[in-house]
Design a protein around this ligand. Structure first.
Ligand SMILES: [Zn+2]
Length: 266
């Protein structure tokens, strides 16, 4: 299926940890004697970061739950694990391109259909790295770990009453990350709906958690959007890139004219 690109909507801002954040790293990369449950880090700078895939998976899962009744995808309809074997994330996925382009979830987040009938995601969620300020602040703290803290947790087996003490590494409360989402504008008919749904997904994350152990207080975040720009392909072709800016995703209809003009004029 050929896909047009009319332009991009660039959404950028900051994610601030209101409680300690734990996004687990793969155990295979652990050193002997290391903390039981380390956080994911950039292999070069060693800074903890929020993988775009974690953020995107969470947005998808929450939006799906919020829209399930409207979309008629309650229960077990076409569910698939988009996570890993150890960290399963079961979500709804449409089976073909026609279904996916009419589905509010798959249209934004993509679907992996059978026999190469994939519907590519319209949304790119970048990895979120520490802001310069947070990087500096965290490099000054003295916890014995680089940029992070560790928390001792004692899980009690409810059947045997055996204690299972372990240490969890987490990014301290107050840390801030720069985040960026790119939404590909392929048509204008669903542009407003998609952006309003993205807004809903972001609002839902604020009332949920990212990373692990959310039910025990980890991963509460504030997401502040600083800038939303609609950039048409035409604008990119000229030297002076002119973008239409909106203050809130709730004003998504104000981007329509810019992208519609290009469709009509083409
Ligand atoms: Zn779908």
């Amino acid at each position: 299926m050929d896909k047009n690109i009319l332009g991009k909507v660039q959404i950028s801002g900051k994610i601030k940890c209101l409680t300690g954040l734990h996004i687990g790293a793969s155990k295979e990369n652990m050193e002997i004697g290391a903390i039981d449950s380390p956080v994911v880090r950039d292999p070069i700078t060693r800074e903890p970061y929020i993988p775009g895939s974690s953020l995107k998976g969470k947005m998808r899962a929450l939006l799906e739950k919020a829209l399930a009744a409207d979309l008629g995808i309650v229960g077990e309809t076409n569910r698939r694990n988009i996570g890993t074997k150890n960290n399963q994330v079961w979500v709804h996925v449409c089976n073909d391109i026609a279904e996916a382009s009419a589905c509010s979830i798959c249209r934004i987040f993509g679907s992996t259909g059978h026999n190469g009938k994939n519907f590519p995601s319209r949304l790119i969620v970048r990895d979120a790295y520490l802001t310069r300020e947070s990087e500096k602040k965290l490099s000054d703290i003295d916890t014995g770990l680089q940029y992070t803290e560790w928390k001792f947790e004692n899980a009690i087996d409810r059947v045997t009453s055996a204690a299972n003490p372990r240490q969890l590494e987490r990014v301290p409360r107050g840390a801030e990350f720069d985040f960026e989402l790119i939404y590909n504008v392929e048509e204008t008919e669903n542009l407003e709906t998609d952006l309003l749904n993205l807004d809903l997904a972001i609002e839902l994350i604020k009332l949920d958690a990212i990373g692990g152990h959310g039910s025990r207080g980890y991963g509460k975040v504030e997401i502040a959007i600083d800038c939303i720009k609609g950039i048409t392909v035409e604008a990119l072709k000229t030297d002076a890139v002119s973008a239409v800016e909106i203050k809130s995703l709730k004003d998504a209809n104000n981007l329509l004219t810019a992208f519609q003009a290009k469709t009509v004029g083409a």
